[in-house]
Design a binder for this molecule. Sequence first.
Ligand SMILES: NC(=O)c1ccc[n+]([C@@H]2O[C@H](COP(=O)([O-])OP(=O)(O)OC[C@H]3O[C@@H](n4cnc5c(N)ncnc54)[C@H](OP(=O)(O)O)[C@@H]3O)[C@@H](O)[C@H]2O)c1
Length: 295
Amino acid sequence: MKDNQNKQPVTVIGLGMMGSALAQTFLKGGHPTTVWNRTAGKADALARLGADAAGTVAEAVAASPLVVICVLDYEAVNAILEEAGDHLEGRVIVNLTNGTPAQARQTAAWATGRRAEYLDGGIMAVPQMIGTSGAFVLYSGSLRTFQECQPTLELLGAAKYLGDDPGLAPLYDLALLSAMYGMFGGFLHAVAMVRSQQIQAEAFTSLAIPWLHAMSASLPRMAQAVDAGDHRTNVSSLYINQAGFENFIGTCQELGISAELMMPIRDLINRGVAEGYGADGLSRLAELIRKPISV
Ligand SMILES: NC(=O)c1ccc[n+]([C@@H]2O[C@H](COP(=O)([O-])OP(=O)(O)OC[C@H]3O[C@@H](n4cnc5c(N)ncnc54)[C@H](OP(=O)(O)O)[C@@H]3O)[C@@H](O)[C@H]2O)c1
C-alpha cells in the first residue's frame, strides 16, 4: 500500500482512452483519485484499482482541489463545467481536451468568472505513453496555478509551461499535431506507392525511417529562414521542387493510386512560383500559408 497522506487528491472527468490512462497514472502515483464519466460503467475498472467513482459531476468536482477534464470536445467540457455549478469555486480546472485557442480562452474566462483557477493543456502522447519518459504535456494559464499543480501534473509526462494566455497550449498542440499529420500523411502516401507494387510496407520502413531522421535535421535551418523572412537557398529551389512534383503526380497516375495528399503541396509550390518566388527554398511555403489566397 502506498502512503497517500501527502498526495494531492485529484479528480479525473472523462474516462475515454486518454482519461482512463490519466486516472490510472494518478492512482499509481498514490494520489487519492475520484473519477466521473458520462457512461458510468467506464469507471468500474478504475474503481477496482482504488478510485472513487462519483455519482455526479458536482460530487466529482467537490472531491478534489485539482480537477482534470479530458473529453471529446469543448462543447462537452462546457456542459460538464455548467453542471458542476458552485462547486467550481476554489478548484483548479486543468482541461486537457483538444480544442482551438479561442475555445480555450472562452472556457478560461468562464471558469475564472466562477472563481475557479483554469489551466488549458495539450497532451503530446498517446494513452499508452502517459506516465512514461516519452510523454510531455503543454500547459498555459496562470503561472502560479501551474507551479502549485506542477508536482502532480509531472506524473503524466514532462509538464511544459508556455505562458499566461490559455490559448497557447492549444496553439502549440495543434501546430505539433500539424507536423505529425504531415509526417504520417507523407508516410502513408509512400507506403501506398510501394504496396501498389507488392513491396512490403514494413520492409520499406528500413529506408523511410533513416530518411525522415536525416530530413528532420533540416528543420532548424528552415525555421531560421522563416523567422528571418529570408528564403534564399543553396539546397533546392521551388522551381526544382515544382518539377519534382510533376513526377509525383505522373507516378501516381502510372501506379493507379490517388495523388490527393500530394496535390495541396504541389498547389502551394505552384503558387510560390506564380508569385515570383521560384528561386526561393521550400521555407517560402510557410509565408504563403500565412497569406491565404481567399481571406
Ligand atoms: N487518444 C489519444 O491518443 C489522445 C492523444 C492526445 C490527446 N487526446 C485528446 O484527449 C481527449 C479525449 O480523447 P480520448 O482518446 O480519450 O477519446 P475517447 O476514448 O473517444 O473518449 C471520449 C470521452 O469523452 C466523453 N464525452 C464525449 N461526449 C461527451 C459529452 N457530451 N458529455 C460528457 N462526456 C462526453 C466520453 O464519454 P462516454 O464514455 O460517455 O462516451 C469519453 O469519456 C480528446 O480531446 C483528444 O483529442 C487524445
